[in-house]
Each structure stands twice: as C-alpha cells, then as structure tokens.
Design a protein around this ligand. Structure first.
Ligand SMILES: [Zn+2]
Length: 385
C-alpha cells in the first residue's frame, strides 16, 4: 500500500489544483479566502496551489478593492491573454481555423477553400493549423486544438465515424493530429458543439429540453433532454437529415443508402441536385416566380413534416434552427414553419418555441472553446457551467 502513496498524493494534489483552477475560471475574480470556503480545502493548501498557478503565469493577482478594515483580500483571475487555443471548423466545402486566447479574443483566422470535389480534408486541416501556428505568440502556451466536424463523431474515441461530405469513415482524426502536433486534440460534431455552446451560455441557456437543427450543406440535429446532450448508443442520435419525408416514385436516393430523406430536399446539397442555389431560390421566391415558389413549398413541407414528428415525439421547449439555409431564408421560412407546427403537432406540444440565431456562429471559435473548457475541466456534457 505504501508504494501507492506518492501517486495518490500526486493525484490528489492535481485534483485539488484542478478544482481551484476551475473555480477561478468560473467564479473569478475570487480571493484565496473564498476559494478555501468554496472548495473546503485549508488556507495553506490554497496558498500552495495559488503560488504554483502564479508561478506558471496561469493566474493573475488583481489590485484589491476597498474593504472594511483588516487586510484586503487579493482577487485572483485567470491570465487568459497569455494562453492560446486553436479551433478548426471542418466543413464540407472549406476548413476554417481560429487562433484564440483564453479571453476569447481572436488573434488570427484562416480559411482554406477546397478545390472541386476532393473529399479528403486532412491536408486542408494541416494547412490551416500550420498557418495559425505561425501566429502563436508563445508555442509553449498553446493548450490544444479543437475541431468542429460536419459528420458523425465519436468524441471520446476521437474518430470521425462517418462523413460522406468529408470522405471520412472510421477515421482516427484525433490521433493523426496529435501525432502531427504533439498537442491535445478534441473533436465534436458541429451541431452537438453548437447545441452545447447555446445551452451553456447562449439562446438556450434557460431551456432544459430542446433540439438544435442545422440546415446547411447537409442536415444535422442535436437533442438536449433534461440538460443532457443525447449522443445515443452509437453517437448517431439526432440524425434529422435522414427523416423520411418522401415515398414512392419521386423519393430520391440518399447517400445513407435509404430513399426520401429530408436532406435530399432541404439542404444545400439537396438543392443542387435539382439545380438550385440558396441565392436564386431566395430571389425567385421574392419575385413570386412560380418555379421558385413551388420549390420553396416543397422544402417547407418536407421540413414541416420532419419537424412536426420530432416535436410530437420529444416534446421540446425550444427548437433552435441554424445553418446557411436558415441564414438565407429565415424571414420566409420561420413563419411558414410556425404555421406547420400549429397545424401538424398535437395541441399538447404546440407550446414549443422556434428560435434562430442572428447568424450561424463561427464554429472555429466554438471549437477553440472545447480546448478552453477541457483545460479548466468544465464538464461540457453536464451543461453545468
Ligand atoms: Zn438518408
């Protein structure tokens, strides 16, 4: 038993340090006294930990504010401006990267657009990260790389399970990037990541049960039930794009192997199959052009059916709609969908609120947030920030 003691002590020391670090991050500015009260650790332990954090330039002491008598407590904050994270958005048509400091300030951004139909994006990711690395003020202060992926991701294993648009299948992306850069790498599905960010501190912060739907090049969804993100048994829950909305002759074949999926109609890739772009669809609808109006109605009908079913089944408080299709067609789409919900779902579920973001967020910034949260050990899946 004796042999294990140094390890146990070391582990305890690092657990305590992590506890203190997290509290300074979430509750800072915070004094040593408050840290001791909130963690239950002794003043001496707190002093030792804070000294280490000060020495490593992770924490800063601020000027004490006026206090009534006695020694003024010194507020502690995270020195966010001298720690960095890289975030990469791996989309079907481009790779976008951001170098962020831990105060969420962007230092540099890069976008690599893909040529033609090349499916394999690793060299684009490497290209983006290499360029960002040139702008890191101090490499030893770079804490990791976070990736937001348009595809099915097993974030624990660090693999892209399947992404037809990216050309990945059971691909160990985390290992490849960790080998290349010697830094911790974190992966998350793009819609799950967006749902996590919005549930933590965004438009869904007050919501406990909600779904996020992204209508973009493809279509993805994320489910939050009782403040927990539902990943499903195989990390494929929320595959809203493969809801069936067409049957019979006119149902188009989908890349998933089935027919009549929502994504074959109501995504950018679906629009392209019938020679539409978002821009000419929007222009055609505004000019009351019959073909465009018919196409728009087909899209609204398809999303309306899928959305009605998922709302009836899950009874969410909120549905967050996002993605390029929503950004472009919001004013036309949202009132129509509200009407469909009123007529398609049972009265008991009609209280659901449809919300949109002003614009789809920069996902490379959210991806850098994965690294920052991991560094402070904030349990993302518990949505408890
Ligand atoms: Zn499908």
């Amino acid at each position: 038993m004796q042999a294990n003691k140094p390890t146990s002590n070391k582990l305890l020391k690092s657990i305590n340090q992590q506890k203190v670090l997290r509290l300074i991050y979430t509750d800072g500015p915070i004094s040593r006294v408050e840290l001791a009260e909130k963690t239950g650790l002794t003043q001496q332990t707190i002093t030792n930990i804070v000294n280490r954090l000060l020495q490593d330039d992770i924490v800063l002491e601020m000027t004490p504010t006026a206090s009534s008598g006695g020694r003024k407590p010194v507020p502690l904050v995270i020195d966010g401006s001298s720690m960095y994270a890289i975030g990469v958005e791996v989309a079907v048509e481009y790779v976008r990267g951001s170098l962020m400091d831990f105060q969420n300030k962007r230092i540099y951004e890069v976008t690599k657009r893909k040529n033609g139909n090349e499916g394999y994006p690793l060299r684009y990711i490497i290209g983006a990260v290499d360029e960002l690395l040139q702008h890191v003020p101090d490499r030893s202060r770079l804490k990791g790389i976070g990736c937001s992926i348009q595809g099915l991701v097993d974030s624990r294993q660090g693999t892209v399970i399947y992404s037809p648009g990216l050309g990945f299948r059971n691909y160990p992306l985390r290992d490849r990037l960790e080998e290349a850069y010697g830094l911790p790498v974190l992966l998350e599905n793009d819609v799950n990541l967006l749902a996590l960010v919005e549930n933590l501190k965004g438009t869904l912060a007050a919501s406990q049960n909600n779904i996020t739907i992204k209508l973009d090049y493809g279509i993805g969804g994320a489910i939050v039930a009782n403040n927990q993100l539902c990943a499903g048994a195989n990390h494929v829950a929320g595959e809203f794009g493969h809801y069936k909305v067409e049957t019979g002759e006119q149902a188009l074949k989908c890349h998933c192997g089935a027919k009549g999926c929502l994504t074959t109609i109501a995504s950018i890739s679906g629009l392209r199959r019938s020679s539409w772009t978002l821009e000419n669809l929007r222009a055609g609808v505004s000019e009351q052009e019959p073909e465009a109006k018919a196409k728009f109605k087909q899209i609204v009908d398809a999303i309306g059916i899928a959305l009605g079913n998922v709302i009836t089944f899950l009874n969410p408080e909120h549905v967050l709609l996002t993605g390029a299709l929503v950004d472009e067609l919001k004013e036309l789409l949202v009132p129509e969908l509200k009407e469909r919900i009123r007529s398609n779902v049972p009265e008991t579920c009609r209280g659901v609120e449809l919300v949109c973001l002003p614009a789809t967020p920069n996902e490379s910034i959210s991806a850098a947030g994965l690294v920052i949260n991991e560094f402070f050990d904030v349990p993302l899946e518990q949505l408890s920030l």
